[in-house]
Design a protein around this ligand. Structure first.
Ligand SMILES: C[S@@+](CC[C@H](N)C(=O)[O-])C[C@H]1O[C@@H](n2cnc3c(N)ncnc32)[C@H](O)[C@@H]1O
Length: 272
């Protein structure tokens, strides 16, 4: 598309020039499969890097459709502002100065202080490609709450993750996959490398559901399993999780849920 992507910034997103176009095409195909994007949509991408998906999405979207990308790497955001927005004014970029040992060691905020740059109930598609795979539970919980806030009632979150189900774990073990997630962080969160904890972070399905439920988000589709375990015949590398807004829990629905969970429960007869 005629952009000269800086190699050092591309490398920060997990691949150089030789894989750039292939990964971008695979991402766009995955959106089409699981959470199709329409030209009029408002799209928010978290961890947009140096525009791998921003550029083709800006090409696809037509105002009033628009794209907003955020990332913690200031240089990548500045590059996108200088090169992408002038050509596609409906694509804008914001820097989140979040501390990340890997990506932004001098960052001044914690991830739990982030406010996503979108109005309540405005976003049709929120995209996170290989971002929750570098984040721990408090940060993921906060981002999910923010995503719930900005999502339209019929909006979807597309997030790639490492979902550590028992079948995924045993498959990864039997195929000798490079990622086994041996280190237990607690709360259903595991990571790969004690020297670089944020390098690869995974979650059990129960942890994914718990974090989503706390943010009033639910799985829209069964998890789409990726090939990181050595699984063959699947199109995605990481597992793909598609979320939609769940029902807001009022006092009444909370009471109803508790009653439903315990079918044998009977009110203890009171005095008189
Ligand atoms: C593996 S890269 C993927 C980049 C991009 N999604 C892609 O596929 O080309 C992970 C990205 O997430 C960004 N990131 C890490 N922690 C973040 C956070 N707390 N908030 C937003 N972005 C974050 C990194 O700076 C990096 O650009």
């Amino acid at each position: 598309m005629g952009f000269d992507i800086p190699e050092d910034l591309a490398l920060l997103t997990g691949g150089g020039p030789e894989t750039w176009a292939g990964i971008s095409a695979a991402h766009l195909a995955a959106y089409e499969r699981y959470a199709p994007i329409e030209p009029h949509h408002e799209v928010l991408e978290i961890g947009c890097g140096v525009g791998r998906d921003a550029i083709p999405l800006a090409e696809l979207l037509r105002p009033p459709g628009r794209y907003t990308g955020v990332d913690v790497v200031r240089e990548s955001i500045e590059w996108c502002r200088r090169h992408v927005t002038p050509r596609y004014p409906h694509a804008t970029f914001g820097h989140l100065d979040v501390h990340s040992p890997m990506y932004n060691p001098d960052g001044r905020l914690t991830a739990t202080e982030v406010t996503l740059p979108a109005a309540d109930g405005s976003v049709d598609r929120a995209l996170l490609q290989s971002v929750f795979t570098h984040m721990f539970p408090d940060a993921v919980a906060h981002y999910l709450r923010e995503l719930r806030r900005v999502l339209r009632p019929d909006g979807l979150v597309f997030a790639s993750m490492f979902v550590l189900s028992e079948p995924n774990r045993s498959l990864a073990q039997s195929t000798g996959a490079p990622l086994q997630f041996p280190v237990d962080h607690g709360g259903g969160c595991f990571f790969q490398d004690p020297q670089n904890p944020e390098g690869a972070v995974g979650y059990t399905p129960e942890a994914v559901e718990r974090l989503c439920a706390a943010a009033e988000l639910v799985l829209d589709q069964p998890v789409h399993e990726g090939s990181w375990t050595g699984r063959t015949g699947v199109p995605d590398g990481q597992d793909i999780v598609i979320l939609r807004p769940g029902v807001r829990r009022t006092r009444r629905t909370r009471r109803t849920r508790r009653t439903r969970r315990l079918p044998g429960w009977r009110r203890t007869p009171g005095p008189g």
